[in-house]
Design a protein around this ligand. Structure first.
Ligand code: KMH
Ligand code: ZN
Length: 272
């Protein structure tokens, strides 16, 4: 069986002050994604930063990053519409106008660490409808059981198409904790026939990624989810995290999906 490996090179919060290897410029992000591709990643989940390392929904920065990546490799690009806590929802939703093949859809507002992650119901509906119109595959980010229910309401309203693709995000302060019990409970509640992966934030990253793979999920790796390889050992870039996840999958007798296999597994829309 093949699993899809996603790289998440840069998240919405950490800066180079937290990990000096964090890629933040379009060039650094593209180089990091290419290195991850060489290790088996076939999806790149992207957050962008401005010149001061702040999360940004600037479409020029996003376009430039996408172009640089596309020049280097055929990895599938997934833009984050989560972008960053300081960016307005109305700016975040414009990311899909760049027509990536995939983008995230966060169904609910929530506390997020010391901040607030705003995903108002009318905005989420509008974004889901626009993604459907543009044939962009949504990755549905669920941080707790109520988020799953919210996604299923969007599905019932015809705003989402099969097969649904979920990220079960555990370990955000404000969402469900990163425990094996929570992962199993969320997986049991997923609708039949969906595609899913675990995004394990912080110190349980490796263990929960392993459990997710054993339960039949895909996997994600990168500095967005953890800045450390293990306790006290900073990850020197995304490559060691991606390589470790690829090795983990192979040690469980799972092969890593190619770019073409990924297209089939995720039912991605055809490339333009
Ligand atoms: N870092 C994740 C926990 C998204 O990309 O749409 C939240 C996030 C959402 O970044
Ligand atoms: Zn993200």
């Amino acid at each position: 069986m093949s699993v899809v490996l996603t790289v998440a090179p840069t998240g919405p919060i950490a800066t180079k002050a937290d990990n000096e290897y964090l890629p933040t410029s379009p060039e650094e992000i593209a180089d990091s994604v290419y290195a991850a591709y060489l290790e088996g990643a076939t999806v790149a989940h992207l957050h962008l930063r401005d010149e001061f390392e702040r999360p940004t929904a600037d479409l020029n920065i996003a376009r430039r990053t996408m172009d640089l990546i596309e020049e280097k490799c055929p990895i599938h690009i997934q833009l984050s519409t989560g972008v960053g806590l300081s960016v307005d929802f109305e700016d975040r939703e414009k990311m899909v106008e760049l027509r990536p093949r995939m983008a995230t859809l966060n169904p609910c507002s929530m506390s997020f660490g010391t901040g607030e992650f705003r995903n108002p119901p009318d905005g989420v509906r509008r974004l889901a409808a626009r993604m459907r119109e543009l044939d962009i595959k949504p990755e549905l980010e669920v941080y707790d059981t109520g988020h799953l229910d919210a996604v299923m309401r969007l599905y019932d309203e015809g705003l989402l198409a099969d097969p649904l693709q979920f990220s079960i995000v555990l370990g955000v302060v404000g969402g469900a904790a990163a425990t094996p019990q929570n992962l199993v409970m969320m997986v049991e509640r997923l609708p039949k026939g969906c595609i899913w992966q675990i995004i394990a934030i912080g110190k349980a990253n490796l263990q929960l990624t392993g459990i997710g793979l054993a339960l039949g999920g895909n996997a994600r790796a990168g500095l967005e989810d953890t800045l450390y390889l293990r306790k006290g050992e900073i990850a020197q870039g995304n490559t060691p995290l991606v390589k470790r996840t690829a090795d983990l999958a192979r040690s469980l007798d799972l092969s890593i999906a190619s770019v073409v296999e990924t297209e089939r597994i995720l039912s991605l829309p055809p490339r333009p």
